[in-house]
Design a protein around this ligand. Structure first.
Ligand SMILES: NC(=O)C1=CN([C@@H]2O[C@H](COP(=O)(O)OP(=O)(O)OC[C@H]3O[C@@H](n4cnc5c(N)ncnc54)[C@H](OP(=O)(O)O)[C@@H]3O)[C@@H](O)[C@H]2O)C=CC1
Ligand SMILES: CC[C@](O)(C(C)=O)C(=O)O
Ligand SMILES: [Mg+2]
Ligand SMILES: [Mg+2]
Length: 344
C-alpha cells in the first residue's frame, strides 16, 4: 500500500519562512493563493493585465507582472494553462528565478515532456490536486480538502520534499491525504484519467445514452434527467462509499441491470481502446498533438467546443436547470473557445 500523509505528518516551518509567488489566478491559481494565505503563508500573485489580475486584486493580493513576482519569490508555483507555460516560462520566469529557490507545478506535463527545462540550481517539485481548482477552494472553506500528489524532480537544497509537503498542507490537500509520486506517473495517470474516465469517458457515455433514448423517440427532458442529472446523485454515493454503497442504495433491479448490461456497454473492447489512449499518452503522441493544435491556434479544439455546446443535451439542460434554483450556479470562469496568445 502507498503511504498517504496527513496534516499531522507535515512540518510547515520550511515554507512559512519563504515567499510564494502563485503565477496565474484561474481555476487552480485562485484556490492555491487563497488557501495558502488563509493557512498563514506569504503569497504574491504573478499575472498579466486582465480579468484575473482584477480578480486577484479584488481578493486583496499584491499582484505583480510575472517577472517581478518571480524575482521576489522563494517558491514559484506555475498555474498557467499547460499550453501557455513554455512561452511565459522562457519569456518571464527562467531569467528571474533566484538561485536556490523552487519552481513548482500542479501538473507534470511541461516538465515530463521537456517543454520547460528549469536551471540546475533550483528545486523542482509538483503538488497536483486530484480535483478541480474551484473545489480545492470550496472544500477548503468548508473545512475539508481535495487530495493531492506530490513529487520532486530536482532537489538542490535538500528541502524540496519538505516544501512540497508544506505546500500541500497549505492548500488543504493534507486534510484529505497526500501521496508521493513522480512527474511521469502524475502526468500519465492524470492525462489518462481525464481522457478515458473523468472528462472524455463520462461525457461520451452520457451523450451516447441520451442519444440512444432520444433517437428511440423518448422525450429529451426525460433522457436528460436519466443520463445526466442523475449522474451526480449516483456519483455522490460512489464517492461516499464506493461501488458497494451505490449498489446498496439503488434497487435490486438496477443492481442486476448493472451486472448484466454494464459489461455489454463497457467491456474488454473498451479496455483495449483505453490501452490505446494510454499508449499514446506514454509515447508522447498525445502531447505532440496538443502542442501542434495550439501552435495552429486550436482549429479542432474550437470547432469541437462549439459543436458540443450546441448538442441537444446542452440545450435541454440549460432550460431544465433554469427551473432548478437549488442547482448551484455554474463556475465557468473560463472562455475555452478563445485562444489568447499574449505572453507578458
Ligand atoms: N483546472 C484544474 O482544476 C486543474 C489544473 N491543473 C493544472 O493547473 C495548471 C493551471 O490550470 P488551470 O487552473 O486550469 O488554468 P486556468 O486556465 O484556469 O487559469 C490560467 C491563469 O493563467 C493566466 N494566464 C494565462 N496566460 C497567461 C500569460 N500569458 N501570462 C500571465 N498569466 C496568464 C490566466 O489569466 P488571464 O485572466 O489573464 O487569462 C489565468 O489566471 C495547469 O498546469 C493544469 O494542468 C491541475 C489539476 C486540476
Ligand atoms: C479531471 C481534469 C483535471 O485533470 C483535474 C480537474 O484534475 C484537469 O486537468 O483539470
Ligand atoms: Mg487531474
Ligand atoms: Mg489534468
Amino acid at each position: 500500500m502507498a503511504k498517504v500523509l496527513y496534516e499531522k505528518d507535515i512540518q510547515q516551518e520550511v515554507l512559512k519562512q519563504r515567499k510564494i509567488a502563485v503565477i496565474g489566478y484561474g481555476s487552480q491559481g485562485h484556490a492555491h493563493a487563497l488557501n495558502l494565505r488563509d493557512s498563514g503563508y506569504d503569497v504574491v500573485v504573478g499575472l498579466r493585465p486582465g480579468k484575473s489580475q482584477q480578480k486577484a486584486e479584488q481578493d486583496g493580493f499584491e499582484v505583480l507582472p510575472v517577472a517581478d513576482a518571480v524575482r521576489t519569490a522563494d517558491v514559484v508555483m506555475v498555474l498557467l494553462p499547460d499550453e501557455q507555460q513554455p512561452t511565459v516560462y522562457y519569456q518571464s520566469i527562467q531569467a528571474n528565478l533566484k538561485s536556490g529557490s523552487a519552481i513548482a507545478f500542479a501538473h507534470g506535463f511541461n516538465i515530463h515532456f521537456s517543454q520547460v527545462v528549469p536551471p540546475l540550481d533550483v528545486d523542482v517539485f509538483l503538488v497536483a490536486p486530484k480535483g478541480p481548482g474551484h473545489l480545492v477552494r470550496r472544500t477548503f472553506v468548508e473545512g475539508a480538502g481535495v487530495p493531492a500528489l506530490y513529487g520532486v524532480q530536482q532537489d538542490v537544497t535538500g528541502n524540496a520534499k519538505d516544501l512540497a509537503l508544506a505546500y500541500s498542507q497549505g492548500i488543504g490537500a493534507a486534510r484529505a491525504g497526500v501521496l508521493e509520486t513522480t512527474f511521469q506517473e502524475e502526468t500519465e495517470t492524470d492525462l489518462f484519467g481525464e481522457q478515458a474516465v473523468l472528462c472524455g469517458g463520462i461525457t461520451n457515455l452520457i451523450k451516447a445514452g441520451f442519444e440512444t433514448l432520444t433517437e428511440a423517440g423518448y422525450q429529451p427532458e426525460v433522457a436528460y434527467f436519466e443520463c445526466l442529472h442523475e449522474v451526480k446523485l449516483i456519483v455522490d454515493l460512489l464517492y461516499e462509499g464506493g461501488l458497494e454503497n451505490m449498489r446498496y442504495s439503488v434497487s435490486d433491479t438496477a443492481q442486476w441491470g448493472d451486472f448484466v448490461s454494464g459489461p455489454r456497454v463497457i467491456n474488454e473492447e473498451t479496455k483495449e481502446r483505453m490501452k490505446e489512449v494510454l499508449a499514446d499518452i506514454q509515447s508522447g503522441e498525445f502531447a505532440k498533438g496538443w502542442i501542434l493544435e495550439n501552435q495552429a491556434n486550436r482549429p479542432k479544439f474550437n470547432a469541437t467546443n462549439k459543436r458540443e455546446n450546441q448538442h441537444l443535451i446542452e440545450q435541454v439542460g440549460r432550460e431544465l436547470r433554469e427551473l432548478m434554483p437549488f442547482v448551484e450556479q455554474p463556475i465557468q470562469t473560463k472562455q475555452k473557445d478563445v485562444k489568447v496568445n499574449v505572453p507578458n
